[in-house]
Design a protein around this ligand. Sequence first.
Ligand code: ATP
Ligand code: MG
Length: 405
Amino acid sequence: MGVLDVLGKKSKDSNLAASLLVFMVDEVSQQQVIQALRQLGVTDAHVGVGSIDDLIEHLLKVEKSPERLIVDISGLDQPLDALSRLADACDPSVTVYTVGEKNDVTLYRLLLQAGISDYRYKPLTVDALRGWVDGRGSFSVRQSRSGKIIAVSGTRGGVGTTSVAGQLARELCAGGGLRKVVFLDMDFHGGAGTTLMGMQSNHAMTETLDSAENLDAQFLERVLTTRDGRLFTLGFNNGYEQEYQPAPGAVTSLLRVLAQHFHYLVIDLAQAGGMIANEVYMNAHVNCLVSDHSVHSGRILTSLMTHIRNNLDAPVMHVILNASRPPVRTQVDTQEFAKAISQPVTLAIPYDGIFPGMAEDLGQQLDKDSLMAKSVSKLARTLTGETELDEASPGWWRRLFGKVA
Ligand SMILES: Nc1ncnc2c1ncn2[C@@H]1O[C@H](COP(=O)(O)OP(=O)(O)OP(=O)(O)O)[C@@H](O)[C@H]1O
Ligand SMILES: [Mg+2]
């Protein structure tokens, strides 16, 4: 029977986005919801029949995510897994309500922890729907749904900060459904990240930070650069004569708005210190510190980690050792390095020969056989909670973001 509008008519144009989208598992429930929405005077809604995967397929066709989703999880053995697939398919800011068959308080709590706004068991009454339709039905205890902020900074120039951040953004994007990822290049005069991703350089960061209090979806659509509607970039690329200092709090405002629209924000911090970096660290869920094996980098790492821990609301920190140059015989090995900085090394990326340089020059994905691609793919899947790193202790990923939305 497909997706119907509230008059019970088949939606003629499937690209026509509605602000409320409901998917029930059977036609009887579909008709009940349509009746209830009519009683409530709701007109801007579509109601479909099908599973969460049918809903995901429908979302692929619509131009923009609805503001609210009501989804029927009846009969699902693993509702949280299905809801996590759904989370990748719509904007993080979308409010999701669930309907099911069970009056089960454990399930209810798990759903709230996963970022779902409410759960009701069938039949779905007009009263329950009213709360959801006017937005009063969400509970304050719920975890707000928002994108994850990943900061990447380096101990010195050339250690591979941009290579790691750029490849991480690509991997996060490739890894899940309709996931949207934004890469922020914080180098004032332009880092190599956008070249690496085969995109034109973006110059809108200054304008965006200056308007940080008034950012909306239209503004972002105008200033962000993308080729596929999934991986986006924003950068300064200022002239060499230009100096710029954003207003205090502007970086925080920008990150918060972007986190409503993107599943992941990857931030390439060209400077590991200073006002921009500090605001990013304060808002980040995870901070990846990229280092080479040198004694100098070991010292920098120790003081940078102390600075972040003592002065800022520290995100989870991960040391990533990257061999951006061929190893030399006298080089400190990974274990010794970890001992010297009194911090485990989360990931050691081997020297990868010509692959990273080639990928940057051609603006293409790293070769499948590239050691860096394999390592960063592992890192991406760990950050999303899909796998655990071999080096890490069991349950390590859970500590990355807490509970995964
Ligand atoms: N594991 C690796 N194996 C081989 N080459 C690498 C590796 N990591 C990075 N490179 C190469 O090293 C160079 C520097 O990398 P990148 O630009 O990512 O460093 P950066 O820390 O961002 O530098 P900058 O200080 O200029 O911002 C690039 O040419 C890149 O292709
Ligand atoms: Mg760089």
